[in-house]
Design a protein around this ligand. Structure first.
Ligand code: URA
Length: 192
């Protein structure tokens, strides 16, 4: 446990000092990860937004609040029960989509986080994170409702792709019900 925390802290320090792509120049904070690093559940989003950049913590803005609510209602968990991080550690300007070279510069951080934390289940949030983790070009509507068995960072994991909570904030209704059903899928996998 101490070794894990110390390895994650060194990696977080590396992210805070990272200047391997253009995003470092606009950041207030690198946003490394948050939550319980001993958990079998790892949630992966896209990139920090304004609030996350200001606080250095992932998913603390509006979409994070919705995510917290859905996780509590469907799985009965809070942030103390799972780990959460983004593919990209620094905020892209005006929240634009991360560029391919930014994903490649940052990829080793998420791979290392997975290697160290060894989750059983990864819930990817949205198109971008799902495609990056699964190394797929398929859109989220095609990737959803499936469970992918993959090896990443030398760890065998089950990946459940779902929508990004910011999409649910816009789309509501049906999409929210579908995201809830993805969370129930995760709950069942965690029990297996
Ligand atoms: N959206 C993300 O993908 N990640 C965050 O941390 C916040 C919003």
């Amino acid at each position: 446990m101490e070794k894990l925390i110390s390895e994650l802290s060194s990696l977080a320090a590396e992210a805070s000092a990272c200047a391997s792509c253009r995003l470092f120049s606009g950041r207030k904070n690198a946003v490394f990860g948050d939550g319980n690093c001993l958990s079998p559940l790892f949630l992966i989003g896209e990139a920090p937004g304004r609030e996350e950049d200001a606080q250095g913590i992932p998913f603390v803005g509006r979409s994070g609040k919705l995510l917290d609510k859905l996780l509590t209602e469907e799985i009965g968990i809070t942030r103390a029960d799972y780990y959460i991080a983004n593919i990209i550690k620094c905020r892209p300007p005006e929240n634009r989509n991360p560029l391919p070279d930014e994903v490649e510069s940052c990829r080793h951080f998420i791979t290392e986080q997975i290697r160290l934390i060894k989750p059983k289940v990864i819930l990817t949030l949205g198109n971008f994170a799902s495609q990056a983790v699964l190394e797929s070009k398929e859109g989220i509507t095609k990737l959803r409702e499936r469970v992918f068995d993959i090896v990443i960072g030398n760890v065998k994991v089950k990946v459940v792709p779902t929508y990004h909570p910011s999409y649910i904030l816009r789309a509501g209704g049906m999409a929210m019900a579908e995201m809830r059903s993805d969370m129930i899928r995760v709950k069942k996998l965690l029990r297996q």
